[in-house]
Design a protein around this ligand. Structure first.
Ligand code: NAD
Length: 265
């Protein structure tokens, strides 16, 4: 059954949407007629081809802005660009993220700074720029893509967990502060999603360990995820569409797990 989320004509910015989860969430919003501004790094020709394809497949206008999410002035420019292009901003999805895995006593200082900037500080700067616009409209939706690692920890990921736990705390504080403004602020906490990065790891691990790709998925990558299945893009898109629609108006300040049972254990 096709659900009508009644989002046609709204405007969304999705950070880090040239790949993986962000790209899938942008496509889901565009599929509902939401005009979107894409953002992220990559090969300019591929970014433009993906942008044009998303626009051609949907009723939405799709734009791109190349802000580096570690740079506050560029983030402010990204939000201003959405308003300049479309005259409003209804939805902000803070999704851009990076990862680096190492023991805490060997973690490079510059990697710590980069993870905190791209994951945590960018969420603050984009929210700060979006809130006055949303307040002026009397309605807004901010959805932060945190992680199961925003709720529970794993070894060798101290900066990533620090940033993602920070995103969850930031989400809750903003939600309480903005509760009477018509703006909701929520976090989605995905478990493992099979993005291109992880697909590569499966093959490498299978070779290194001399076991099948299926066993790598079950025993190594999804060791902590009880379903032993990856979270699919649609699992996240469904949660996002619910949150940004009027159906989601009472959900605010929540950290919503979509993680195959990981954080229930
Ligand atoms: P990805 O690498 O496929 O996509 C990351 C996106 O962020 C890309 O578009 C990239 O260009 C962009 N980006 C990175 N640094 C940037 C910067 N400085 N400025 C602008 N854009 C930048 O990764 P993904 O797996 O789709 O992850 C998306 C989000 O979901 C991240 O926040 C990640 O932490 C989170 N997440 C991923 C998983 C997973 O299993 N893949 C699980 C939980 C949470």
């Amino acid at each position: 059954m096709a659900v009508d989320y009644k989002l046609e004509g709204q405007v969304a910015v999705i950070t880090g949407s040239t790949s993986g989860i962000g790209q899938a969430l942008a496509a889901a919003l565009a599929g509902q007629g939401v005009n979107v501004v894409l953002n992220g790094f990559g090969d300019p020709a591929k970014i433009e081809a993906d942008r044009a394809a998303m626009q051609a497949k949907t009723n939405a206008a799709v734009r791109y802005h190349g802000a580096d999410m570690s740079k506050p002035a560029e983030i402010a420019d990204l939000i201003a660009y959405a308003v300049k292009e479309f005259g409003r901003l209804d939805i902000l999805v803070n999704n851009a993220g990076i990862q680096h895995v190492a023991p805490v006593d060997e973690f490079p200082d510059e990697k710590w700074d980069a993870l905190i900037a791209v994951i945590l500080s960018s969420t603050f700067h984009a929210t700060k720029a979006a809130v006055p616009i949303m307040k002026g409209q009397g309605r807004g939706r901010i959805v932060n893509i945190a992680s199961a690692h925003g709720l529970v920890a794993s070894a060798f990921k101290a900066p990533y967990c620090a940033a993602k736990f920070g995103v969850v705390g930031f989400t809750k504080s903003c939600a309480v502060e903005l509760a009477r403004t018509g703006i909701t602020v929520n976090a989605i906490c995905p478990g493992y999603v099979k993005t291109p990065l992880i697909e590569g790891q499966i093959g490498d691990q299978a070779k290194a360990r001399g076991i099948t790709p299926e066993r790598v998925v079950e025993e190594v990558i999804l060791a902590a995820q009880p379903t032993k299945k990856f979270v699919e893009y649609d699992n996240l898109a469904g949660m996002l569409l619910y949150l940004v629609s009027d159906m989601g108006s009472a959900a605010t300040g929540a950290a919503l797990s979509v993680d195959g049972g990981w954080t229930a254990t």
